[in-house]
Ligand binder design. Sequence first.
Ligand code: ADP
Ligand code: ADP
Ligand code: ZN
Length: 219
Amino acid sequence: MKISGLNLILMGPPGAGKGTQSELIVSKYNIVHLSTGDMFREAYKNKTKTGLLAHEFTSKGQLVPDDVTIALVKERLLQDDCKNGYLLDGFPRTIEQAEALDEFTNSISSPISKVIALDADYNELVKRITSRRVCPVCGASYNLFTKRPLVEGVCDHCQSKLVQRDDDTEAKLHTRLEAYEKQTKPLLDYYAKKGLLVKVDGLQEIEKVFADIAGVLGE
Ligand code: ADP
Ligand code: ADP
Ligand code: ZN
């Protein structure tokens, strides 16, 4: 496998804007979007073994076990379209996942270029998550207040009917934020020590957040 262009990680708590910024980043930089959340939802929709197992955890707002998640991501990263660069959205979320990713990227001599960490405060995350609506077909993410579709309740890209994710309730968000604090936040230090971490203020408007990210990544 040849050494790739841009291999990115986008981190942040639920609602920080990972999915929204991912869409903009992959289209500007022409790299593949790999969202573990989307992969688990797709696998569940297709009732695969991994999908059914993962749903036992995602439906409670808990992280899917590392071995399952790591195997899924590794298999995906080995596919041809990842050779020219990729954006990992929502992976890694634990130190064990980060170490497995390091081992993998070392083995193919294609290191991570940068880790972008988005953040926003608790009240804003609750507001964003409870007003998020998603397209069950193409995965596009909308918001009742800040990112309304052109036609109410309908996906701009594929015209499917928008839905609310079953884990986007305030109660489950609480569990997800706890998982972020305990299991994922230590990764900020992990990547800072490697000199890869860039923090971006996710509280700003969508376009401003993207301008900051593009400023970091360059043309
Ligand atoms: P994540 O993937 O990190 O959970 P999303 O990108 O799905 O987050 O964003 C969560 C919700 O907040 C969505 O409804 C999205 O439209 C909205 N949103 C995303 N970024 C912003 C922003 N900068 N300002 C206001 N709302 C935003
Ligand atoms: P969010 O918008 O909250 O950031 P995602 O769509 O990225 O949510 O993830 C949805 C759910 O999928 C998570 O709450 C978790 O159960 C599971 N999941 C996603 N990525 C991972 C991961 N890297 N490790 C473990 N579980 C994950
Ligand atoms: Zn759609």
